[in-house]
Design a protein around this ligand. Structure first.
Ligand code: PDD
Length: 289
């Protein structure tokens, strides 16, 4: 399968070149950020954890009261078709469902709206070798987001501002702190190794339940790696020998500098190397399937 010259997107029932996809300005996604989304990786043409992503999508839609436009087989068909149309290989599939186009701008939801369904495939380049070699840098910032972060809402202004603040400080990611605890990062979940035990915050409405987070816990469990789902107090994080961030596009990335100070010895740690190996094996298994 070859990559098309122009990437193809899915908009309201049809495949079309991405640069031709248009949404009316009265779409509530455009005016209010009234919609939800998912991002899932495809390795060697095989979507990774598609059911888990579709389950979370269904939960986000139910929480916002946006009707789910497709059943599970319908979504699977759409995403598989989109990946194939874009050449398979390694991709990140982005899908979003908004509440639809309203007759006028009104916070109140007009009856009978038809959700807008948009999906596209983005290239998923291999992680830069320097991330595995040197790790990434992060800063801590106050979590200024709303209280329903378990919904994967397209309304990402706070995340964008926090990510921008991190970039301005020369960092790759910002870990978000609420009430003295790190809850997650702007676009990833957080793990730490504290006193030789892997720790990640427990599932909570204040954070997104990452599919990659859950996969990492599953891989750890299968390999007999001890872990705890426990609050990550900043005071404890300061003693961590390793910190990682996880997401569908970043995999498991080691944070080696936090707030300008080295984490552990300032290099990707031994437990990260182990989990990264397990993660790469899992990916290779998908591609070989
Ligand atoms: N973001 N937390 C937040 C706030 C996120 O935006 C993401 C993912 C995650 C990790 O979730 P998962 O492992 O399911 O990808 C945690 C995606 C990649 C994005 O917005 O592009």
């Amino acid at each position: 399968m070859t990559t098309p010259e122009r990437p193809l997107a899915w908009l309201d029932g049809q495949l079309l070149p991405l640069d031709e996809a248009r949404v009316p300005v009265l779409d509530r996604g455009f005016l209010f950020g009234d919609g939800v989304y998912e991002v899932l990786p495809v390795y060697g043409g095989h979507p990774c954890r598609m059911d888990e992503h579709l389950e979370r999508l269904a939960t986000s839609l139910a929480a916002t009261g946006i009707p789910n436009p497709y059943d599970r087989p319908g979504w699977r068909r759409l995403l598989t078709q989109l990946a194939e149309a874009n050449g398979g290989g390694d991709l990140a599939l982005y899908l979003q469902v908004t509440r639809g186009v309203a007759p006028k701008r009104d916070h109140a939801v007009a009856p009978g709206l038809v959700p807008t369904v948009f999906a596209m495939a983005m290239p998923l380049p291999p992680r830069p070798a320097e991330v595995a070699e040197h790790g990434i840098t992060a800063v801590t910032l106050p979590d200024t987001r709303w209280a329903l972060c378990q919904i994967k809402a397209i309304t990402l202004l706070a995340n964008v501002m926090q990510k921008q603040a991190a970039t301005t400080q020369g960092a790759d990611e910002a870990l978000l702190v609420r009430d003295g605890r790190v809850v997650e990062a702007t676009a990833s979940n957080v793990f730490a190794v504290i006193d030789d035990v892997l720790v990640t915050p427990p599932v909570d409405p204040g954070m997104l339940t990452g599919v990659t987070r859950n996969l990492v816990l599953e891989l750890a469990r299968a390999d007999g790696i001890e872990y705890r789902e426990e609050e990550l107090l900043m005071t404890r994080l300061a003693t961590a020998s390793e910190i990682w961030v996880t997401s569908s596009t970043r995999e498991v990335s080691p944070v080696t500098t936090l707030d300008g100070r080295p984490v552990g010895d300032g290099r990707p740690g031994p437990l990260w190397r182990k989990i990264n190996r397990l993660y790469q094996e899992y990916k290779a298994g998908l591609a070989a399937a």
